[in-house]
Ligand binder design. Structure first.
Ligand code: FAD
Length: 393
């Protein structure tokens, strides 16, 4: 197994391999003990703990890595960033999701924020002092992002945001929310601080109970005339839809990489078990059908990894690549469901118990084809780009 991974990593540069080794050492020492802890607790870390975890990740550039140096970021190439991100997802995908949201909040602030906004939001976010969340989805708005109902009204120098947001990652620990809402004539992004000067909450948060990734916060957020000032519009007023779609282009590859991390963990545990369990007088890893499963899993995993790594390289080139990032997202997330499912099968009965990590990998994998555009929506994006005909609004 180790040899297989090392051969694939021969394509990485010496620097990338060293970074990966150092990151793995840190993450295994610091994060592995927390995986079980939060799995048993059944809820995500609180804001202070998450900020501490972000600081550890930022030692390797995982929060500011996508932000240009001119904005105080590390400006890593996405391939290197992606190699570290996949490893984090292998070890603790729940934290990887939180990092993805924080890292992409930093990316969108660096692309869209005014100098004053960058000072207040971007710099503390990269230092892990403040946590941001991005609010697009609503109870009646999921795949149909253009139909956002949440609204914002200007009154004098202020803006008041009203509406309900659903499935918001990092919502529980957030210090501010970037809310996609209707402002003036079009969909816009508005920043709302969670706490006012007296510590009162401008928006309320309810954690949702998920089947997997229980250490990642996913919340319902309620805005009832939440007050912010007019200088809190992020980017262009009315440009929120385009800005959101641009963000999806990058985030989708990282959702794919999260699945690759989960799938890799499932493959590793299946190989280990197949080398320990005997039936019919020999190790199950010696049965041809089990080897067939393992070969399928490893090949699908590598195919997904290569699709995602191509997406990272295209994003670095700055070319439009929504077709390729949609391919990477749907294939990698569906692949991980299959790989984790086969890993459970290889474990037989023990695979469905909490005594073995493989059931957690399966529950985690099953979530990933949903966020940032479901598999069906990714296929519609690819189909639209191939035909020039949109099957959805
Ligand atoms: C773990 C997790 C984290 C998330 N984090 C965030 C976040 O931080 N911020 C945020 O804003 N949102 C977040 N989301 C929300 C996520 O983006 C939505 O769940 C997703 O867009 C799907 O929307 P929906 O759940 O409303 O499903 P729906 O849109 O209701 O879809 C239901 C089903 O119908 C299918 N469907 C819908 N329309 C079509 C069509 N035109 N053709 C064919 N099939 C169709 C879908 O593919 C799906 O299978 C998160 C979700 C999850 C699970």
């Amino acid at each position: 197994m180790q040899d297989v991974m090392m051969a694939a990593q021969a394509l990485y540069s010496e620097e990338q391999r060293m970074l990966l080794d150092n990151f793995r050492r840190m993450a295994e020492a610091e994060f592995v003990p927390l995986v079980d802890k939060y799995e048993k607790l059944g809820h995500p870390p609180n804001a202070e703990t998450l900020k501490g975890l972000f600081v550890k990740c930022e030692e390797f550039g995982l929060i500011s890595g996508l932000v240009p140096e001119s904005d105080g970021g590390l400006e890593m190439n996405r391939m290197t960033y992606g190699i570290l991100y996949e490893e984090l997802a292998r070890i603790w995908p729940d934290l990887a999701i939180a990092v993805l949201i924080q890292g992409h909040a930093a990316l969108s602030l660096s692309m869209l924020a005014s100098p004053a906004q960058k000072e207040i939001y971007l710099a503390p976010l990269m230092r892990g002092e403040r946590i941001g969340c991005t609010c697009i989805s609503e109870p009646e708005v999921g795949s149909n992002v253009v139909e956002v109902k949440c609204r914002a009204e200007r009154k004098g120098d202020n803006i008041y945001v009203t509406g309900q947001k659903l499935w918001i990652s990092n919502g529980a620990q957030s210090d501010f929310a970037v809310v996609v809402c209707n402002l003036d004539e079009g969909i816009s992004m508005v920043i709302v601080d969670r706490y006012d000067d007296n510590g009162g909450e401008r928006y309320q948060v309810r954690e949702l109970n998920k089947m997997g990734l229980v250490g990642a916060s996913t919340c319902e957020l309620f805005f009832d005339g939440a007050e912010t000032t007019a200088d809190h519009v992020l980017g262009k007023s009315g440009g929120g839809l385009f800005q959101t779609l641009k963000l999806f282009e990058s985030a989708r590859v990282f959702v794919g990489l999260t699945s690759i991390g989960i799938g890799q963990a499932a493959l590793e545990t299946a190989v280990l078990y197949a080398g320990q369990r005997s039936q019919h007088g020999k190790l199950i890893g010696g049965h041809q059908l089990i080897q067939g499963y393992l070969a399928d899993m490893a090949t699908q995993l590598d195919a997904a990894r290569l699709l995602c790594q191509r997406g990272l390289q295209l994003l670095d080139l700055g070319v439009r690549c929504d077709t390729q990032t949609s391919m990477a997202k749907w294939y990698a997330t569906e692949m991980a469901v299959e790989v984790a499912g086969k890993a459970v099968q290889i474990h037989g009965g023990v695979g469905i118990t909490k005594e073995f990590p493989v059931e957690r990998h399966f529950r985690n994998a099953k979530i990933m084809p949903i966020p940032d555009g479901t598999t069906e929506i990714q296929k519609l994006v690819i189909g639209r780009n191939l035909t020039g005909i949109s099957a959805f609004s």
